[in-house]
Design a protein around this ligand. Structure first.
Ligand code: AP5
Ligand code: MG
Ligand code: ZN
Length: 230
């Protein structure tokens, strides 16, 4: 793996252009928050299926409209709709990536493994961010998101510099429809039923690492950086 370090402003950017990472974790565990930081530090693209669907919805595409029917209810979008989109993006990529929100079911994980196999590559890390359900329900009501760039904030734990305005792109921040308390409970249930089995799926492959997601955002990130630097 080629590695270079250069400086942009005060922040060191470490280039790990081939590093391939999957973020696993319950809704609200902090996958998006940490994936954005990883992508910036290691200079790899952040691919988030939830963000792709929300961007499509904003643009009024057929895909966006179809996905909304499931998302608003806290249900998973059917595998057929998800897999092709991700495979298509990954095929075009010459670099590594950090995947956030995909795979989420065993068939999605199998499809992802199959693409890697085809091109003779393998995953570097599957990072599980572990947060108990009680903490999640508390967190979600304070979340505000940017539907333009996918950035995620929290009224208390990670507020934007200007109230209700995205630091990254200046767009207005909103509450996600699926962050209503009842819908969050349903999403957690679906996570335990359909996504948690992926922990077993990956644990045999030697790439799975678990981090404590109840710590402060910066602490969680430092623990991730330690793992990625191993
Ligand atoms: P998606 O957008 O992926 O939602 P999710 O998995 O439910 O996860 P979230 O985005 O809600 O949480 P996160 O882990 O990213 O947490 P965040 O960093 O924002 O998917 C939405 C929907 O799309 C799905 O329900 C489904 O319908 C569909 N979908 C997407 N992908 C699919 C797929 N592959 N297959 C089928 N359907 C799919 O953090 C949460 C909050 O906590 C924020 O406010 C943040 O500021 C705060 N926070 C983060 N870290 C900390 C910390 N350490 N301490 C305190 N606060 C923190
Ligand atoms: Mg997210
Ligand atoms: Zn934004």
């Amino acid at each position: 793996m080629t590695r270079g370090i250069y400086f942009a402003g005060h922040n060191a950017i470490e280039e790990e252009p081939n590093m391939k990472i999957i973020m696993l974790g319950a809704p609200g565990a902090g996958k998006g928050t940490q994936a954005k930081k990883i992508a910036a530090k290691y200079n790899i693209p952040h691919i988030a299926t939830g963000d792709i669907f929300r961007a499509n919805l904003k643009e009024g595409t057929e895909l966006g409209k179809k996905a909304k029917e499931y998302m608003d209810q806290g249900l998973l979008v059917p595998d057929e709709l998800v897999v092709d989109i991700v495979v298509d993006r990954l095929k075009k990529l010459e670099t590594g990536y950090v995947l956030d929100g995909f795979p989420r079911t065993i068939p999605q994980a199998e499809a992802h493994t199959a693409i890697l196999k085809k091109v003779g590559k393998k995953m570097d890390y599957v990072l599980e961010i572990n947060v108990p359900d009680e903490n999640i329900i508390k967190r979600m009501s304070g979340r505000r998101v940017c539907l333009n760039c996918g950035a995620s904030y929290h009224l208390e734990y990670n507020p934007p510099k200007t109230e209700n305005v995205c630091d990254e792109c200046g767009n207005e921040l909103v509450l996600r429809i699926d962050d209503a308390a009842e819908t969050v409970k349903k999403r957690l249930q679906i996570y335990h039923d359909q996504t948690q089995p992926l922990i077993d799926f990956y644990s045999g492959t030697g790439v799975l690492r678990t981090v404590d997601g109840t710590l402060e955002i910066e602490e969680v990130f430092q623990n991730i950086v330690k793992i990625l630097g191993e």
